[in-house]
Design a protein around this ligand. Structure first.
Ligand SMILES: O=C(O)CCC(=O)C(=O)O
Ligand SMILES: [Fe+2]
Length: 382
């Protein structure tokens, strides 16, 4: 993750004068008969269409905005896509994760072994409850693409259904090892303002035992199934699963891009929300003065709700930064991202910043909060 220092980034938002959006859909979908046809992006000009956005100062503990049904929450700028059903917003048919076309981990990939106590060190991750077999998915996304500003997203409303999402969130909270990583940048001590954990390994031929700085952990079974389904719908491949837990509105992630060179150019990153809704902001790297248009590029604001998935792709990571700002009275939210690292440094970096050197936290189901626990190996070697 490339970012300015955690918690220090407080850019003023661009105001609501221009936007990539050319097609606004209120939260209550219009009846199909009245729905406007999608506008096809033609490059120049779409960024000038107005959109209703909240003004916002990052980090000032504003209340969440998701429950104001009168405001447009999803920006729809459609490009034709084979898997987009534009004319049937009410379609609720869901696919499952059964009968995936190829097995995951791929049988020809020796470095994605199934989890064992060793790979899951320092704790054994038990199998998921049977209620999580199978998972059910909404595979009808909205395409959000602005060729002028290079914002390139795919948005799956309620990618997994509410009951699976609740079960999955509880299972992950209760069974994963969690960390609150501290690190130093340019002499400053940074406390990561959220809980993190990571699974997986880059796609080099280095065996799992060959890592000197960290001990890669196998992707837990249910996450493998989720990852495989996301690979199928996005036609991408992933080998890492990074998980954030925002325990309250004080937990956050400041503006950053995930354009690390170890992901290769134009990485596709899938990001799934479980639990409490949180605002998700995207800010162009040249938001004050876009080099092509000479205009301000407004901050794009979404509310990511339970089960929603956003795919960031194309040049998004190079041209945009994203954040989850602090929000008053927000409650627990898990965010899962799937990524593909192509070199050894991806593994070292991800374990360094998402596991670190301890301490380990475990979920206390009775108190419903994280507890620091004794652990002989925080994961990253000194
Ligand atoms: O929590 C989110 O929605 C975003 C997480 C994120 O940007 C990251 O982990 O790099
Ligand atoms: Fe990110």
């Amino acid at each position: 993750m490339k970012r300015s220092l955690e918690s220090t980034s407080s850019p003023r938002s661009s105001k609501r004068q221009a936007s990539l959006a050319s097609f606004l859909k209120p939260k209550t979908a219009p009846s199909p008969a009245k729905a406007k046809p999608p506008i096809i992006a033609n490059g120049e000009g779409n960024e000038d269409r107005p959109i209703i956005l909240d003004d916002d100062d990052e980090g000032d503990l504003k209340p969440l905005t998701p429950f104001d049904k009168s405001k447009a929450k999803v920006i729809d700028l459609f490009l034709p896509s084979n898997n987009t059903n534009l004319n049937n917003p009410k379609q609720t048919e869901r696919e499952t994760d059964e009968n995936l076309p190829t097995p995951w981990p791929p049988t020809n990939h020796p470095y994605h072994p199934p989890p064992t106590p060793t790979y899951n060190h320092p704790i054994l991750i038990p199998p998921p409850p049977t209620s999580l077999h199978p998972l059910h998915f909404n595979v009808n996304p909205k395409i959000i693409h602005n060729p002028t500003t290079d914002l390139d997203l795919i948005y799956y409303k309620s990618f997994i259904d509410k009951s699976s999402s609740k079960e999955l969130m509880n299972y992950l909270l209760e069974n994963l090892p969690w960390y609150r990583v501290k690190y130093t940048v340019r002499g400053m001590n940074i406390n990561t303002p959220r809980y993190t954990t990571v699974f997986g390994k880059d796609s080099t031929e280095i065996p799992w035992s060959g890592y000197m700085k960290c001990r890669p952990r196998a992707v837990p079974e249910v996450m493998q199934r989720l990852m495989r389904k996301v690979e199928q719908v996005t036609s991408s491949q992933f080998n890492f699963c990074l998980i954030n837990y925002y325990s309250s509105g004080l937990d956050s992630i400041s503006y950053h891009s995930d354009s690390e060179s170890f992901l290769g150019p134009n990485p596709t990153i899938a990001s799934l929300t479980l639990g409490y809704p949180r605002d998700f902001h995207l800010r162009h790297v040249n938001y004050k003065n876009h080099p092509r248009t000479g205009k301000e590029v407004p901050v794009e604001k979404f509310t990511l709700e339970d089960g929603d998935m956003v795919i960031m792709k194309g040049k998004t990571q190079h041209e945009w930064e994203h954040s989850v700002p602090k929000r008053k009275s927000a409650k627990g939210r898990i965010n899962i991202t799937f990524r593909k690292g192509i070199v050894r440094y991806a593994t070292e970096n991800y374990y360094n910043y998402n596991v670190g050197k301890g301490p380990l936290y475990r979920w206390d189901s009775e108190e419903k909060e994280m507890r620091e626990v004794e652990c002989s190996d925080g994961g990253v070697k000194s």
